[in-house]
Design a binder for this molecule. Sequence first.
Ligand SMILES: Cc1ncc(COP(=O)(O)O)c(C=O)c1O
Length: 388
Amino acid sequence: MSVVTEAVRSATGGGFRPPPYPYDRLASLKAMAGALPGGAVDCSIGTPCDPPPPAALEALATSGTERGYPPSAGSPAFRRAAAEYLGRTFGVAVEPSALAACVGTKEMVASTPHYLRLRDPSRDTVLYPSVSYPTYAMGATLAGCRPVPVPPADVDGGGLNLDAVDPHDARRALLLWVNSPGNPSGGLTDLDRAAAWGRHHGIPVLSDECYVEYTWDGPPRTILDAGDEGMVAVHSVSKRSNLAGVRAGFFAGDSALVGYLRDVRQHAGMIVPGPVQAAAAAAWADDEHVAAQRARYWDRLRLLATALSDAGIPTSLPAGSFYLWAVVPPRWGDGWALAEDLAKVSGMLVSPGDLYGPDGAGHVRVAVVQPAERLALVAERLAASGWG
Ligand SMILES: Cc1ncc(COP(=O)(O)O)c(C=O)c1O
């Protein structure tokens, strides 16, 4: 059980009360950063700032799909575009029937344990990376399941050390989440190994691939490269196409699992709005805007990694994602102290690493989701800080 979940349960006599939303805890830092001339530069939340592809906005406005109920699984055009995207990007062939829409991937991450538990009440455990997006653990809690973190394979928080999973937890596991490239560390996970481990233990592996376009070390990889038996890949237009505001994604893979989730989600009323399905289909069909976005993020990652390193916070470039995951130098003690000083001195808001689980403490995460000129302002302020 995660620390937050445990604290919430004991404080409420066992009944669930939602914990504070992780990023709400940054409000005081925001005020400090905002007090600087030129204002705050918010690199805390991974919310895109760049334009979506024009074809997606055009489709959003002109699809003519407002009147009727759209298919919960996704329109034929949506599913075809998503399947073609998988074929083009990874060379995997997925039948449109083994693919369905989700309302952005966060709700999919948060709701899937509940649905899988209904399917197999004999299992009650969700395995997920210990340094990770908080919704994996929250999804387990919302399902009344046990969130059981799996430690990273790498010292910097990337990958998964599946050998460390207790066989007792494995026997109870409903699913294993993997996330490669991973939030927050940007590390890559050995997906072939995760797939083999999941099959060996009879545990479905759900692979959150929302940052896959921003794979810097080698080609983009999907769990479906290892075949689809017991595997589900989850994708989103939020980060790929700067469309986090429209809420669309899809999941694809093992036909029995995808079919079950598709059907139960239809009963639950999980439907991507028709105009959004049209916009997402246009986004999946285009790769040019992704190439432009990759270049922007890569430039910004280099700019900020250099500025932080020069200021005495050694920061390496990630293997993937648009996050820098910097170790907190000893003079700051912990991620909150560094985040506070960065807010005061550079105006940059970053996320203390423990927002991504206790194993993330000792790091800060920097999302390069601000225009280059704003990041240059941070670099100037850092250069004037005298920290280096
Ligand atoms: C690892 C990970 N998965 C899923 C999401 C949610 O993305 P979406 O906008 O598709 O719900 C995020 C958002 O930051 C994320 O970091």
